[in-house]
Write a protein that binds this ligand. Structure first.
Ligand SMILES: C=C(O[C@@H]1C=C(C(=O)O)C=C[C@H]1O)C(=O)O
Length: 440
C-alpha cells in the first residue's frame, strides 16, 4: 500500500536567517561542441536522460535543453536569493574557461535554477550541470562542464522508463472544504477594498508503490502539453504555460496568463461547450478580463525600468491547452544593457498572475491565510547562460518530489471580489490535471 507523508514532514527548513551553501568548485572548464541538428538521436531530447533522480529538463515543441550531473551548485534562501545566485554565477563565469563553437543562447556555461515563491520560508537552488544537450532550430550542441576539459559523452537514447503505477492522491495541507473557506475569507477582504486581487493555491500528495522514474513523468507532460515548457530542476517538475521572462540577445519576451475557463462536461448542448464557445465566454468575462488586466499591468510595470522600448498588446488572446484555456498577453521589449534574464525574473516575481495586486498586500495575505508553504511552486524556474540570456517560467502545473515515492502537487487561481469559492475549487481541479495524469 502506498504511504502518504504527514504535512508536518513537508515543512521546509529555512524559517530563520537566509542561508547560503555552495559547492567548493570555483573554476570550471565548459566546452560546447556542435552536433548535427538533423540527427535522429536528437529528435527526442528527453530520451537521452540517464536514469537518475536529479536530471534537468527545459523542453518545448521538442526543442530546448536537457542536462545531468552537478558541476557546481548554490542553495540559497531569503529576500536576496536572486542576488546571491546572480553573484555566485557571475563569479563562477569570470573564473571559468569557456570554449563554445556554437554561441547561441543556452550554449557554453549554463545553470538551471528554481527559486522559492516567498522570501521566507523555502530554499532556492541554481545548478551548473556536468552535461547539457541543447537543440534550437538548426543548431544542436553538447556542453561538458567540470574542473577540467572532458570529451563529450556518446549520446544515445536510454532504455524507456517505466510509468508510475498504483499512485494514490490525497489532500495535503488543507482539504477542499477548508480551502473554500479560505477563498471566502479572501473574497470578503477584496470586497472590503483591502486589495484588488490575490492568488490562492492548494496542494495534493501523490504516493506511488514503487520509486517514480521522473523521466516517464516528463515524457508524458511533454507529449500532452507540447506548447508548455516541460521542466525539471532539483526535484521540482511540471509543464508550465507561463513564461515569466525570456532574454535572448537583448530581446525580452514575457507571456502573461490570468483568467481561466475549462470544459465542465455539464453543458447539455455540445455546441455551447465547444472550444469556440468556451473561448468566446472567456474573452467576454469581465471577471477574467479584470484578473488578466492586473497580471499584464504588473508585468509591464515591472519590465519598464529595465527596457528601452516595450510593446504591450491592448487585448489578450485565448491560449488553448488540453485541460484549460487562459487569457494570454505576450509582452516584448528591448533589455537595457547589463540586465540579465535572472535580473528580469527577480524584478517581475511575483507578478499578479501568482501573487496579486497590490503586490505587497497580496503576498502578505497569502502568507496569512493560504495555510500551506508554497516552497518553489509559482516561483521562477528555468536557465541562464554566462551571457545573461535565459528563459524563466513560472513553476505552475507543477509538483515537487518529496522522496522517491512521493510528490506534492500544486494549483492555484486568481481571486477577485466577484470570485465564487466553489468555482475556484473546480479551477484548481482542472489545473491539477496535467500532473495528476502524468503521475497516474
Ligand atoms: C496559479 C496558477 O495559475 C495562474 C493563475 C491563472 C488564473 O487565475 O486564471 C491562470 C494562469 C496562471 O497565471 C496555477 O496554475 O497554479
Amino acid at each position: 500500500m502506498s504511504q502518504l507523508p504527514t504535512t508536518s514532514s513537508l515543512r521546509s527548513g529555512g524559517h530563520g536567517d537566509p542561508e547560503k551553501s555552495e559547492s567548493e568548485q570555483r573554476a570550471l572548464v565548459a566546452t560546447t561542441v556542435a552536433l548535427d541538428a538533423g540527427s535522429e538521436t536528437l529528435d527526442d531530447l528527453l530520451a537521452l536522460l540517464p536514469a537518475r533522480r536529479r536530471v534537468l529538463s527545459w523542453v518545448r515543441h521538442g526543442e530546448g535543453l536537457v542536462g545531468w550531473g552537478t558541476a557546481a551548485q548554490i542553495r540559497t534562501s531569503g529576500p536576496e536569493r536572486f542576488a546571491h545566485a546572480t553573484k555566485w554565477f557571475d563569479e563562477l563565469a569570470a573564473a571559468s574557461t569557456v570554449s563554445d563553437e556554437v554561441e547561441v543562447p543556452g550554449s557554453g556555461l549554463i545553470g538551471f535554477g528554481s527559486f522559492a515563491f516567498a522570501d521566507l520560508p523555502g530554499y532556492s537552488v541554481f545548478t551548473v550541470p556536468s552535461v547539457v544537450v541543447g537543440r534550437r532550430g538548426d543548431a544542436a550542441w553538447v556542453t561538458t562542464i567540470g574542473p577540467a576539459a572532458s570529451p563529450p559523452p556518446v549520446l544515445a537514447p536510454t532504455a524507456p522508463p517505466e510509468s508510475p503505477r498504483d499512485v494514490v492522491f490525497a489532500d495535503a495541507y488543507v482539504d477542499g472544504e477548508h480551502w473554500m473557506r479560505i477563498v471566502a475569507d479572501a473574497v470578503s477582504r477584496l470586497q472590503a477594498g483591502d486589495l484588488d486581487k490575490v492568488v490562492l493555491a492548494r496542494d495534493l500528495l501523490a504516493a506511488a508503490d514503487a520509486p517514480i522514474d521522473i523521466r516517464a513523468v516528463l515524457r508524458r507532460l511533454a507529449d500532452t502539453y507540447p506548447t508548455c515548457w516541460t521542466f525539471h530542476v532539483d526535484d521540482l517538475f511540471g509543464a508550465t504555460p507561463e513564461l515569466l521572462v525570456r532574454r535572448e540577445r537583448g530581446l525580452v519576451t514575457s507571456r502573461v496568463l490570468a483568467g481561466t475557463i475549462w470544459p465542465t462536461g455539464e453543458d447539455a448542448d455540445p455546441q455551447r461547450s465547444s472550444d469556440l464557445a468556451l473561448a468566446a465566454s472567456l474573452s467576454e468575462s469581465s471577471k477574467n478580463l479584470e484578473e488578466h488586466e492586473y497580471a499584464a499591468r504588473s508585468v509591464a510595470d515591472a519590465l519598464e525600468p529595465h527596457c528601452s522600448s516595450m510593446n504591450v498588446p491592448e487585448a489578450p488572446f485565448v491560449l488553448k491547452l488540453p485541460n484549460v484555456m487562459h487569457l494570454a498577453t505576450d509582452i516584448t521589449g528591448v533589455a537595457s544593457d547589463g540586465v540579465s534574464s535572472l535580473d528580469l525574473a527577480a524584478a517581475l516575481h511575483p507578478s499578479a498572475a501568482v501573487g496579486g495586486t497590490p503586490r505587497e498586500q497580496a503576498v502578505d495575505l497569502i502568507a496569512e491565510i493560504e495555510s500551506m508553504e508554497r516552497a518553489r511552486y509559482a516561483g521562477p524556474v528555468g536557465w541562464m547562460d554566462a551571457t545573461g540570456d535565459g528563459e524563466w517560467g513560472i513553476a505552475l502545473r507543477s509538483a515537487e518530489m518529496i522522496d522517491d515515492h512521493t510528490a506534492r502537487l500544486f494549483a492555484g487561481c486568481g481571486i477577485v471580489a466577484g470570485s465564487d469559492p466553489e468555482t475556484e475549487l473546480a479551477e484548481t481541479q482542472a489545473k491539477f490535471v496535467p500532473i495528476r495524469d502524468a503521475l497516474s
